[in-house]
Design a protein around this ligand. Structure first.
Ligand SMILES: [Zn+2]
Length: 263
C-alpha cells in the first residue's frame, strides 16, 4: 500500500477565511495519512472531524511504479518486481489507448479490440505493432529487448517462489523506469491530445463512484483531486527534466507534499 500525507482541505479553507494571507502557508498545517486504494484515491479524517476524499491525478501505471519503488526502499524486493511488472503491462495499454485517442472520439472500438489481448504477451505484441506502425523510434527493438531481459526474473518470482536480491530488483526497476519514461516522452511529443483525452476519461470514471467505493457518505464530506509528483511524471516536463534513477530511488513519493487542484 502507498501511504500519502495531505492537509485537511476544509481546515485550510477555514483558515483562509479567518486569518490574514501571511498565515495561509501550508508548512505549519497538520498532515493526515491515507492509504491509496484500488480506486487510486483515499480518505482522511482530521482532528476536527472533517472527512475528505482525495482522488489522485495519476495513471495506474505511474502509481504501480511508485508502489514498486516504495517496496524496494522497504526491502520488499519481490513485491517491487511484481509491482513494476504490473506497471509495464498497464503502460502498454495506456500507450496504445493514447495513440488511438489522438484521432478518435472515444475508446469503445479500441476496447472491443483489446478484449482479445488479455494475455500479457499479446499486449506486448499490440505495443510492438503500434510502434511499428508509427515508426517513431529506430531504437525501439533494442529498448524492448533490454526491458524483456527481466521477464525470467519476474516469472521465477511469480511462479516458482524465487526470492530476489536487492540488485536484481533494482535492475528490474531501473529498466522499467528508463523504458516507461522514454516512451511517455514520445507520447508527450507526438500524442498530447491523446494523453489529455485518456487522463480525463480515467478521472471521470474514477470520480463517478469514488464515494461508494471508499465506503464514505456523499453528505458531509468534501472531495479533492490532487496532482502528485510521480517518478514517471506523465504530467510534468520532457526528458530534459527527468530525474535519474538514483534520484527516483532516493525520493519517498508517498511522504511528499501534494498540490490541491480543486475542492
Ligand atoms: Zn479538517
Amino acid at each position: 500500500m502507498l501511504k500519502m500525507m495531505v492537509p485537511c482541505m476544509q481546515c485550510s479553507k477555514l483558515r483562509m477565511e479567518n486569518s490574514p494571507p501571511e498565515m495561509w502557508g501550508s508548512k505549519s498545517e497538520k498532515h493526515y495519512e491515507g492509504y491509496v486504494t484500488d480506486q487510486i484515491s483515499f480518505s482522511i479524517l482530521c482532528d476536527q472531524g472533517h472527512t475528505s476524499v482525495v482522488l489522485l491525478q495519476v495513471m495506474r501505471f505511474e502509481l504501480l511504479f511508485d508502489q514498486g519503488i516504495s517496496a524496494l526502499r522497504k526491502g520488499n524486493y519481490d513485491s517491487a518486481v511484481l509491482r513494476h511488472s504490473a506497471a509495464r503491462e498497464k503502460f502498454f495499454k495506456f500507450y496504445c489507448r493514447v495513440v488511438w485517442l489522438q484521432d478518435h472520439g472515444d475508446c469503445s472500438l479500441f476496447d472491443e479490440y483489446w478484449k482479445h489481448l488479455r494475455r500479457s504477451e499479446r499486449q506486448v505484441g499490440a505495443f510492438v505493432a503500434t510502434n511499428l506502425a508509427l515508426r517513431a523510434t529506430s531504437d525501439f527493438p533494442k529498448d524492448l529487448q533490454k526491458l524483456k531481459k527481466g521477464d525470467t526474473l519476474r516469472n521465477a518470482i511469480a511462479h516458482s517462489g524465487k526470492i530476489p536480491c536487492l540488485n536484481e530488483a533494482k535492475e528490474y526497476a531501473e529498466r522499467t523506469y528508463e523504458f516507461i519514461s522514454k516512451y511517455c516522452d514520445q507520447l508527450k511529443v507526438h500524442f498530447p491530445k491523446g494523453i489529455s483525452k485518456e487522463t480525463l476519461r480515467v478521472f471521470k470514471e474514477q470520480s463517478a463512484n469514488i464515494h461508494d467505493q471508499l465506503g464514505v457518505s456523499r453528505n458531509s464530506i468534501s472531495g479533492t483531486t490532487v496532482s502528485v509528483p510521480t517518478s514517471i511524471g506523465l504530467n510534468h516536463g520532457l526528458s530534459a527534466e527527468r530525474k535519474s534513477f538514483e534520484e527516483v530511488l532516493a525520493t519517498d513519493i508517498g511522504g511528499k507534499y501534494m498540490y490541491p487542484i480543486k475542492s
